[in-house]
Design a protein around this ligand. Structure first.
Ligand code: FAD
Length: 254
């Protein structure tokens, strides 16, 4: 059983580092072989550009996803840092993304990791599949992140809005998109404001979450079969939207 933790924080003494270390220790104890991509420590390049390919199919005009697909076909077409991360991802049955929430999403270095590593033609795409027919079907992924805001600010009545709404682009648009079973996120809210005991409690709660992985039900996403490709991939008549983003009640429609 292999796990990959992709960790994105610039400060090695941060609370995110403590969560990453706790995940490594707990997963190791549970029998997982854990690999860590420490993006800042690796100096991972966040920007997607033509340097990401050893050879270009079209040297005149960069179509990034087209070059990814071409690189996937040739076998050795990705730059070494991208190829190494793809190999780690392919080997892992469990993916944990560990990061501080910045501007309601990933730090740029982690977004760049996704842009460059979740490559068309190898991680997703026409021949590889997407969503419920995605390449990572049957594997699990989860977000583990810290916030500045208190838990209530990410509640349905909160100033920032419900966490599942804030996280929809990542949990659906990235993880579910490539087929993962997406486990509920672990949110370490406001670690700088909760005091020593609060931080100890957060680390203990994360430990407990990891020990309960096998009993944790993945989040619900509509499978592809719920959508009609002949109706621009909208929910089929009779299928009620069950996510925060697909809310149409289709009951009773023709
Ligand atoms: P740190 O400040 O590194 O750590 C908090 C405390 O934990 C420190 O006192 C540290 O010493 C202590 N600690 C470290 N290790 C341990 C340990 N092993 N045991 C116990 N204590 C330990 N917040 C939002 O809610 N939404 C946003 O959209 C948002 N956008 C942001 C954008 C930017 C660019 C920035 C810089 C911040 C943003 N924030 C936002 C706030 C940010 O999410 C928090 O500052 C961050 O998540 C806190 O996590 P950290 O790991 O950086 O904490």
């Amino acid at each position: 059983m292999k796990a990959l933790i992709v960790y994105a924080h610039p400060e090695p003494k941060s609370f995110n580092a403590a969560l990453k270390d706790r995940a490594m220790a707990t997963l190791n104890e549970l029998g997982w072989r854990v690999e860590v991509s420490d993006l800042y420590e690796q100096g991972f390049k966040a920007t997607a550009d033509g340097e990401d390919f050893t050879a270009r199919a079209d040297a005149d005009y960069l179509k990034y996803a087209f070059e990814q697909t071409n690189a996937a076909k040739t076998g050795d077409g990705f730059a070494p840092d991208v190829a190494a991360e793809i190999a780690k991802l392919e080997a892992a049955e469990l993916l944990i993304l560990q990061f501080p929430m910045w501007w309601f999403g990933f730090p740029a270095i982690l977004k760049g990791w996704v842009d460059r590593v979740f490559a068309a033609g190898v991680i997703y795409g026409g021949d590889v599949g997407m969503f419920s027919r995605g390449r990572f079907k049957g594997r699990r992924a989860m977000l583990s992140f810290t916030t500045g805001g208190a838990p209530e600010t990410y509640g349905p009545a909160g100033l920032y809005g419900a966490a599942e709404v804030v996280l929809w682009p990542i949990q659906n648009g990235i993880l579910n998109f490539v087929g993962y079973d997406v486990l509920p996120p672990f949110i370490a809210a406001a670690p700088s404001k909760v005091g020593d005991q609060g931080r100890a409690d957060l680390l203990a709660a994360f430990d407990a979450r990891l020990r309960a992985l096998d009993e944790t039900k993945p989040l619900f996403f509509h499978p592809l079969e719920d959508f009609d490709p002949d109706a621009a991939w909208t929910l089929r008549p009779g299928v009620s939207g069950r996510t925060v983003a697909q809310t149409r009640d289709g009951e009773g429609e023709a």
